[in-house]
Design a protein around this ligand. Structure first.
Ligand code: NIG
Ligand code: FE
Length: 392
């Protein structure tokens, strides 16, 4: 039973009827065939971008790795050139289609990072595009500032100046306009080292932003330990996390966000050590990492299936990983991610007979209805045009 955007009570229908005047007074009764889950929380995406990066994909197939592709003109900087050339409203229009696709796959709360602007004007433009999209769409969007996603070409030879720009100009501007809930950094050898990351995240913390971290994605560098030391909401990727990083995560409230679709799409033969993290006692979330370079997927159910088959997680574990734990990775664990009294009435019904099938039918579209804040959302009637992105 749902009242005023929140769940009022949960239980057998006859008890709810007895407990509630509403139903007797003609409140709407919706019967759902199949399985009902809380709306999924996709706690790590880069959903504001222009064109896909098809050449990167093929270059990797021909043997170039992520860093070589980037060094040859592809990679994040290709999306940066693209985003810089687009208007805020163009980015928002592209994003609306993509957010509808994410919602149609069951994600009712979606974290979205900037990080393809890499200067004050373009980072703010991305964050404003997220705000514009959030106002128009039914999914809840949670914006994260990722100005330290890469060092832009104009700062290649004086990177400390870029770190200063992020700390002294971008973060204060983002905080002033309330454009982001959190700040993230790509902490990776060759991108931002641990000292630079600490400087940036400490500045963000001073401005009231929560912290997240791309940590130990491709090579371990102590990112997970840093995330824990700074009290970050999450440490994400963790493909190369150390034993000390696992122990630190397990002893903390920092959620380990794993992104198995990314490792698969990058052609990696390894995955983050999910079982060791679980067994050590860390909280695991799964996310799509939806982005044009390393994870062009909008489907958390696909990621859940990979969680089982690639990460060795159990069905129960992949469900917590996209609900309760994913909400915690955004600091929203008391507000959403559960079908329980007081929680936001974000609900998704799935056309399956057994709840485990949601993490089984790989890549299938199984969602039959979505409610956010207690009201039904229109779903796309046919295929979504993710690919219609006029060139910038
Ligand atoms: O999470 N690791 C850094 N960022 C993204 C990749 C973004 C891109 O390639 O455009 C990630 O995989
Ligand atoms: Fe990412």
């Amino acid at each position: 039973m749902v009242t005023c955007r929140r769940i009022a009570a949960v239980g057998p229908y006859k008890d709810l009827r007895r407990a509630s005047g509403d139903v007797q007074r003609g409140g709407e009764v919706v019967e759902v065939a199949g399985v009902l889950f809380p709306g999924f929380v996709d706690c790590h995406t880069h959903a504001v971008f222009g064109a896909p990066r098809l050449d990167d994909h093929e270059r990797r197939a021909l043997g170039e790795d992520y860093k070589t592709v980037a060094a040859r003109g592809g990679g994040i900087l290709q999306s940066v050139r693209d985003v810089r050339a687009r208007s805020e409203s163009d980015l928002a229009a592209l994003m609306q289609t993509r957010v509808r696709a994410l919602l149609a796959h069951g994600s009712t709360t979606i974290e979205v990072k900037s990080g393809y602007g890499l200067d004050a004007a373009n980072e703010l433009k991305q964050l404003r595009a997220i705000r514009q999209t959030a106002a128009a769409e039914r999914a809840a969007l949670v914006p994260t500032f990722l100005g330290a996603h890469e060092v832009p070409p104009e700062f290649r030879d004086h990177r400390p100046d870029y770190v200063r720009l992020v700390c002294d100009e971008m973060i204060p501007a983002v905080a002033r306009e309330h454009l982001a809930a959190a700040c993230d950094v790509f902490c990776e050898p060759g991108v931002f080292d641990v000292a630079e990351t600490r400087t940036i995240l400490t500045a963000a913390q001073r401005h009231g932003l929560a912290l997240k971290l791309h940590a130990d994605e491709l090579e371990g560098s102590g990112g997970a330990e840093l995330a824990v030391a700074l009290g970050a909401l999450s440490a994400d990727h963790l493909g190369a996390v150390s034993d000390a990083g696992i122990r630190a995560l397990a002893a903390s409230d920092t959620v380990a966000v794993l992104l198995p679709a990314t490792m698969l799409f990058l052609g990696k033969r390894t995955q983050a050590p999910a079982r060791r993290l679980v067994e050590a006692g860390a909280a695991i979330a799964l996310a799509s990492d939806f982005n044009p370079g390393s994870s062009p997927t909008v489907g958390l159910p696909l990621v859940m299936a990979l969680g089982v088959s690639q990460l060795g997680l159990r069905y129960t574990e992949v469900v917590s990983a996209v609900t309760v734990n994913a909400a915690a990775a955004l600091g929203l664990a008391a507000d959403r991610g559960q079908i329980a009294p007081g929680f936001r009435a974000d609900l998704v019904s799935w056309g399956v007979s057994d709840w485990r099938e949601v993490a089984y039918w790989m890549g299938e579209q199984l969602v039959t209805a979505v409610w956010t804040g207690g009201s039904a959302c229109p779903l796309p009637g046919g295929p979504v045009s993710l690919g219609l992105h006029v060139k910038a």
